[in-house]
Design a protein around this ligand. Structure first.
Ligand code: PMP
Ligand code: GLN
Length: 387
């Protein structure tokens, strides 16, 4: 069979997790934590199931969750959304992205975005008949170890066919948090060319000391053209619940709703009040979440350095990227990741699968740090045998 998606194959996450299971390797590939989230959130889901929240919820999502999302946007960012017209609950951020792209793009519309990018972006843009206009994020762009981009290249990616900018910050797989200055530059381009912006902010609460997550919608003139997407998966260690959402101007929400009603119609009724409980947890929960993950990053990084990789220190997210060339001079990330489980018993993700042009990321590999300390220590011990 051939289809629009034939060239996309199986997602790298499914492939690498299968390899981890098959070889018994430590899975630092697919990003999911190996501990449960807050008891209040888990209990709330059980309670919802026991008390009969088990049938189709309303199309936009249960009011209790939509209200909690509105409160969350106000509490953390000072953003105001109308609970009925400007919020939509989705089956994870993945469906929010699909719904937004399918609902807003017409055949031939161009989307400017950064590569590397989360793998569903390319596939959903292809499904929607859109055209990808990637701008490369380069490691150590300004010699400060951070990923950066060439602003002229960004401007050159915009054309009269550009409909929207798709921006992921904090960014998977690089761990980059876009600075206010970078965001203002992107916002200026969006306003000048009258573009829509879709932001993927699923790692909004996994930000380490020294960095600050700035939602694009908080910049002057941006709330009215920005659709902001997030999810409870990363924040509450519930990646399998697939409960996400979007907030934005009613016309953008309505466009995504048109697609969502035929994708899943509705999703995850009992998880919705549980995620609402999580969104209302006190600041101490959120502070601890980020501090815990930062400690895990700091446990893994020295091990990656000791193994010989060039490490790009992430400012946020579950992930760290490395340049493998000091360890593997041919820089073939795919071959490296296919042999790593067998050679040393660790799974990682070849970052090149996140690029529109794989050559740009051929030598880069992503390791997940969202695992228990003892698992990270064991992985580091195994990686030491590489040197
Ligand atoms: N966007 C990014 C950048 C991600 O890393 C993920 C992680 N899975 C998603 C979207 C999807 O989120 P969800 O599991 O809520 O669909
Ligand atoms: N977001 C996670 C990652 O990047 C998992 C994605 C998935 O399994 N589809 O690893």
């Amino acid at each position: 069979l051939t289809s629009k998606l034939a060239s996309f194959g199986t997602t790298v996450f499914a492939e690498m997790t299968a390899l981890a299971i098959e070889t018994g390797a430590i899975n630092l590939g697919q990003g999911f934590p190996d501990t449960d989230g807050p008891a209040e959130v888990l209990d709330a889901a059980v309670e919802a199931i026991r008390s009969g929240v088990n049938q189709y919820p309303p199309g936009p999502g249960l009011p209790v969750l939509r209200e909690a999302i509105v409160e969350h946007q106000q509490r953390f960012y000072g953003l105001d959304y109308d609970v009925d017209a400007e919020v939509l609950v989705t089956a994870g951020a993945t469906e929010a992205l699909a719904g937004a792209l399918l609902g807003m793009l017409d055949e031939g519309d161009e989307v400017v975005l950064f590569e590397p990018m989360y793998d569903s972006y390319q596939a959903c843009i292809a499904l929607a008949g859109g055209v990808l206009k990637p701008v490369v994020l380069r490691p150590d762009f300004e010699g400060d170890g951070r990923y950066g981009f060439d602003r002229d290249e960004f401007v050159a990616a915009v054309s009269p066919r550009t409909k929207l900018i798709l921006l992921n910050t904090p960014h998977n797989p690089t761990g980059k948090v876009f600075t206010r200055d970078e965001l203002q530059f992107i916002a200026d381009v969006a306003i000048e060319h009258d573009l829509l912006v879709v932001t993927d902010e699923v790692y909004e609460h996994l930000v380490f000391s020294g960095a600050e997550h700035v939602p694009m919608a908080t910049l002057p003139g941006m709330a009215e053209r920005t659709l902001c997407i997030s999810s409870g998966g990363k924040t509450f260690n519930t990646t399998g619940w697939k409960t996400g959402w979007m907030c934005g101007p009613a016309p953008m929400i309505n466009a995504a709703k048109m697609a969502k009603q035929f994708l899943t119609y509705v999703n995850g009724a009992p998880f919705q009040p549980a995620i609402a409980t999580g969104l209302r947890l006190p600041d101490s929960f959120y502070d601890h979440l980020a501090a815990d993950l930062e400690a895990k990053r700091d446990r893994l990084l020295p091990g990656l350095e000791a193994a010989g990789f060039e490490v790009f220190v992430p400012e946020a997210t579950y992930f760290t990227t490395v340049d493998i060339r000091p360890v593997r001079p041919d820089g073939d990330g795919i071959a490296f990741c296919m042999s790593l489980p067998v050679d040393v018993g660790v799974v990682a993700i070849p970052t090149q699968v996140f690029y529109a042009n794989p050559e740009h990321g051929r030598h880069l590999v992503r390791f997940a740090c969202c695992k228990r300390f003892e698992v990270l220590d064991q992985a580091v011990e195994r990686l030491a045998s590489l040197g």
